[in-house]
Design a protein around this ligand. Sequence first.
Ligand code: HEM
Length: 136
Amino acid sequence: MDLNESISDILDSNLLFGRTFYENLFALYPEAKTHFRGVNMHRQAATLTMTLLVIENYRAAERPAMTTYLRELGAQHQERGIPTEMYSPFRRVLLETLAAFHGDRWSDELSLQWSTAVDHTIKEMAKGYQPEREAE
Ligand code: HEM
């Protein structure tokens, strides 16, 4: 199984993956809940699907349009008050939820593919964070 097949199974699960991810995130990191105040649960699960598609396309980060998008996405997250420190918990829960979701189809190779993709995405999004705004 590769990233593409993984995403396809997640999309087939409808919004189950997204719901499970946020349940796990809030159970392990209750402080993350504050960032989702006022966000509709159903939309939230759909947003995670978008998030995964963005991550899966990290290779496109070589392209200027994707780089611009990821920086803008980072700036948007900063405006929402999401600190850079939240990305590591987010990454951890994402990988754990993926591993549990795929069960015996999860492999070291798939784990490496996802973690590489997440790391690239986070690195690009972080470039959209403005140091002066962070200090406010
Ligand atoms: C790899 C890291 C991440 C990616 C690729 C990502 C991606 C996205 C995308 C694509 C959206 C939808 C943006 C839009 O509506 O235009 C979004 C929204 C959002 N993200 Fe992230 N995100 C990441 C990390 C985080 C983290 C660490 C948090 C907080 C714990 C977070 C919280 C949110 C919230 C609260 C929204 C708005 C949801 C809504 O209004 O429905 N994200 N994210």
